[in-house]
Design a protein. Structure first.
Length: 223
């Protein structure tokens, strides 16, 4: 589904990925679970591209529903992979970058779904930091948005006002909010990251879970 020309939303299993077409090939933001890569490859084929045209994979954070597809996608495409130093270190270990604090039913549901969150270690990540510019939509600026995880990144297409927020923003009740406490490493930083993102004044916000948020400025909380 096209969000704007050259930007496509791919509904993975448990999470959403975004594919950007450019003159130099394809850019993917997050890779879904270990089995979502098949849907990504299908979306690439449906757009008339081949897997080898996937050049860049931008990772918001190392949770299994965002990095599970990295190993199979790089094997088939040789794409370059980028994320923060903290998330890269977690990816190299094949683990999440923080402990989840799930209790009761949530803990049980996560345990049931655990095979979907499994990650193969991946070491060949290029580390990026605040202000770096990555390819896609005329330039994607790296925005450090810690909170959900310690090294969480967002990517901001400053030309078109489109923000890729990963899991740093939750959407419910028609408003954008910080991620739920049970899956958040640091709630104070998560709130600060939300205000930082609001200050960018994005037009459209693309989340790791949930719908695409249009008219985004109307849906941020007041500072
Ligand atoms: Zn996450």
């Amino acid at each position: 589904m096209a969000i704007v020309p050259s930007l496509y939303r791919i509904e993975g299993i448990l999470s959403v990925c975004y594919l950007i077409t450019t003159d130099e090939g394809l850019v993917l933001i997050d890779t879904g679970t270990a089995i979502s890569h098949r849907r990504i490859l299908r979306a690439i084929a449906d757009l008339g591209y081949t897997p080898s045209q996937l050049r860049h994979i931008l990772i918001t954070h190392a949770d299994g529903d965002h990095v599970g597809g990295v190993v199979p996608l790089v094997a088939i495409s040789q794409a370059r992979v980028y994320t923060s130093a903290i998330e890269a270190e977690a990816m190299a270990r094949g683990q999440f970058s923080r402990q989840l604090r799930l209790r009761g039913l949530l803990r049980f549901l996560f345990w049931l779904a655990q095979p979907l969150y499994r990650v193969q270690p991946f070491e060949a990540v290029e580390v990026v930091k605040e202000g770096d510019i990555l390819p896609g939509l005329g330039g994607l600026r790296v925005i450090e948005t810690p909170g959900h995880t310690p090294g969480h990144l967002s990517f901001f297409a400053f030309g078109s006002g489109i923000l890729f927020a990963g899991d740093s923003i939750a959407y419910h009740g028609g408003r954008m909010r910080p991620p739920f406490a049970s899956v958040t490493w640091n709630e104070e930083l998560a709130l600060a990251s939300l205000y930082k993102q609001s200050a960018l004044r994005p037009r459209i916000v693309c989340l790791g879970h949930g719908p695409v948020i249009y008219d985004a400025m109307e849906k941020f909380p007041a500072p």
